[in-house]
Design a protein around this ligand. Structure first.
Ligand code: ZN
Length: 101
């Protein structure tokens, strides 16, 4: 088990977990329910964390979430097949499956 990263947003952590799962990398979320325990620990330690189960996956997992982080959040695109608006991190339309390019 290796800690990959932490984020103040559980949504972000869940997104990472889904991303890793799609690549066949098992991961585990910690501190999922500790957000309300303020004051007992330094703030940052109550953030949700994501851990990779297998240490061997660590480098690949780091690359994956780094590449997601570096993408512009505004880089959404419109599907030319069905006209659906897709978020930038999707390589294919979530609705009809058409590739982004
Ligand atoms: Zn589409």
């Amino acid at each position: 088990m290796k800690k990959l990263t932490s984020s103040e947003s559980l949504i972000t952590i869940n997104h990472y977990k889904n991303l890793l799962a799609a690549e066949g990398i098992p991961a585990q979320i910690r501190n999922e329910h500790l957000g309300s325990i303020m004051g007992e620990m330094p703030f940052v330690e109550t953030w949700p964390e994501i851990w990779v189960i297998n240490d061997l996956d660590f480098d690949r997992a780091t690359q994956l979430i780094t590449s997601v982080d570096s993408e512009s959040p505004s880089a959404s695109w419109r599907c030319k097949q069905c006209g659906e608006e897709n978020e930038g991190q999707f390589a294919a339309c979530w609705k009809c499956g058409t590739s982004a390019d």
